[in-house]
Design a protein around this ligand. Structure first.
Ligand code: TYM
Length: 333
């Protein structure tokens, strides 16, 4: 079945192994199935829901674009663009914010986590960010959205918004309720310092994550210092329950080596973590270093990156403008 794929990544500093395994690696697999039509967006409008420095933001937009390309996204096969260049995203977001209900947004756990204790000081944008995300997806009639586990609730909201719009305006199937594409295993890569916490750009400790532009030495050092427990690697998956750090590291190995967890366990069963960590660090370096050197190479040619984004915005704009026109007609503008 042919799928229309849409997904986005925020340009907020270094991308990390969680973004790569949870999202970008799958973007590439989906793109390489010729039945799919894929659109990948650098979501800069989402990034400004928290404070950004203009110069840094510009640099990060280019860096995220470079990371897409370096990871294997092909701007000829897929549309690659940044959100702020297609104004339909902002327009659509306003219209859909009149469809979404306060009660729905109040349930969003990511807002609660990101706003922390001082909710009153969070930007309104941070609160309504899932509506912008719904607009991103619905403007392109995306049927499938590849994301990590943490975005699942936002996708459910996008489905609710699509269904309510269709019902309110008696336009059944006009907005397509998208299906999430979340990998069954290891859709949430955890911090190297705490197996209960998601690997995240916003963790103050750089040792908690592997960044796509880390050097070989940094990768070895971070994996060496990654938290584990005192037991050896178990004989089967059941023995991994209540061992979140061990589970995470074995999961990272399995994902990067494209093999099921049980195979990794069989490979290392009974061995101690120092031996496994050495193999893991080598594997991470093997997979990440080519991406990181390609990112650096691409970033030397800003004109090239800007051209990819301009061309992508033109192609995306054509689709989104048409949809927003239809939306306006339906609502009576
Ligand atoms: P963002 O920028 O926080 O993350 C980008 C993608 O990386 C995934 N991810 C992870 N996956 C596994 N383990 C982790 N530790 C981990 N950390 C991040 C995220 O699930 C995501 O898929 N709101 C979105 C971006 C967005 C979007 C969209 C996505 C905007 N519009 C439309 C899909 C469709 C976000 O902030 O992702």
């Amino acid at each position: 079945m042919s799928k229309k794929i849409f997904s986005g990544v925020q340009p907020t500093g270094n991308l990390h192994l969680g973004n790569y395994i949870g999202a970008i690696k799958n973007f590439v697999n989906l793109q390489n199935d010729s039945n799919n039509f894929c659109i990948y967006c650098v979501v800069d409008l989402h990034a400004i829901t928290v404070k950004q420095t203009p110069k840094e933001l510009k640099k990060n937009i280019r860096e995220t674009t470079a990371a897409f390309i370096a990871s294997g996204l092909d701007f000829k096969k897929s549309i690659i663009f940044n959100q702020s260049m297609v104004s339909a995203h902002s327009e659509g977001s306003w219209i859909l914010s009149c469809v979404a209900r306060m009660g729905w947004l109040n349930r969003m756990t990511q807002f609660k986590e990101k706003a922390g204790k001082d909710k009153e000081k969070a930007s309104v944008g941070l609160y309504i960010y899932p509506i912008l995300m719904a607009a991103d997806i619905l403007l392109y009639d995306a049927t499938h959205v590849p994301v990590g586990e943490d975005q699942k609730q936002h996708l459910e909201l996008a489905r609710d918004i699509a269904n309510k719009f269709n019902l309110d305006f008696d336009s059944s199937n006009f907005l397509i309720a998208p299906e999430p594409l979340i990998q069954k295993n290891f859709a949430r890569i955890m911090s190297l310092k705490d197996g209960q916490k998601k690997m995240s750009k916003s963790d103050p400790s750089d040792l908690s994550r592997i960044n796509l532009n880390d050097t070989k030495d940094q990768i070895f050092n971070k994996i060496k210092k990654a938290k584990t427990d005192t037991m050896p690697i178990p004989e089967n998956e059941n023995q991994l329950s209540n061992r979140p750090e061990a589970q995470n590291l074995l999961g990272i190995y399995s994902c990067l080596n494209d093999q099921p967890l049980f195979e990794t366990i069989n490979e290392f069963s009974g061995k101690n973590f120092s031996e496994f960590k050495d193999k893991l660090a080598n594997l991470v370096v093997d997979k990440i270093s080519p991406i990181s050197s390609e990112i650096n190479k691409l970033l030397k040619d800003e004109n090239f990156i800007d051209k990819v984004l301009n061309d992508g915005a033109e192609r995306a704009g054509e689709i989104a403008e048409k949809k927003i026109k239809d939306i306006k007609k339906i609502i009576g503008f």
